[in-house]
Design a binder for this molecule. Structure first.
Ligand code: FES
Ligand code: FES
Length: 166
């Protein structure tokens, strides 16, 4: 059955017809064309599909799309602001925090929620915030460095390239 649903994604309100059994991830990727959130395990284990729902990291692969109606959905496509890339995006670029990149949209999204609440997280807090996001490539060290760099940039009001340590 196709049902009509209105979703607000990255600030845009979109009304569309969606198969009623679809998850938020399926709707984003296959109906609305937001391919940033990745379909990894598709069962809530890997974090590749993470989006923000009213600012809270949420696994979109296990969320029935109806539960996102009337709420603010933010995908990786919406992370950059009018001034350009989110500091996390620049920081991942500078530190080599992304390799194959499959996990990166979910990790950036989870990290953005952390930094929105806490711009001076400890390593333990960063690890806890990213504990639901699996990465098979990086060994995590560069990811944690990138989040620390982005936090430093946010605190100083500068771009990551201006506060990166040699
Ligand atoms: S694709 Fe959603 S948790 Fe893996
Ligand atoms: S960069 Fe490849 S899975 Fe994380």
């Amino acid at each position: 059955m196709i049902e009509s649903i209105t979703l607000t994604v990255n600030g845009d309100s979109r009304e569309t017809g969606v198969p009623s059994h679809y998850t938020l991830l399926e709707t984003l990727r296959y109906v609305l064309g937001y391919t940033g959130p990745k379909q990894g395990c598709d069962k809530g284990d890997c974090g590749a599909c993470t989006v923000l729902l009213d600012g809270v990291p949420t696994l979109s692969c296990i969320l029935p799309v109806q539960e996102a109606a009337g709420r603010e959905v933010t995908t990786i496509e919406g992370l950059a602001g009018p001034e350009g890339a989110h500091p996390l995006q620049d920081a991942f670029d500078l530190t080599g925090g992304a390799q194959c990149g499959f996990c990166t949209p979910g990790i950036l999204t989870s990290a953005a929620a952390l930094l929105a609440e806490n711009d001076d997280p400890t390593l333990d807090e960063i690890q806890a915030a990213l504990s639901g996001n699996l990465c098979r490539c990086t060994g995590y060290t560069k990811i944690y460095e990138a989040v620390e760099l982005a936090a430093r940039a946010l605190r100083s009001g500068k771009r990551p390239s201006e506060v990166v340590e040699p």
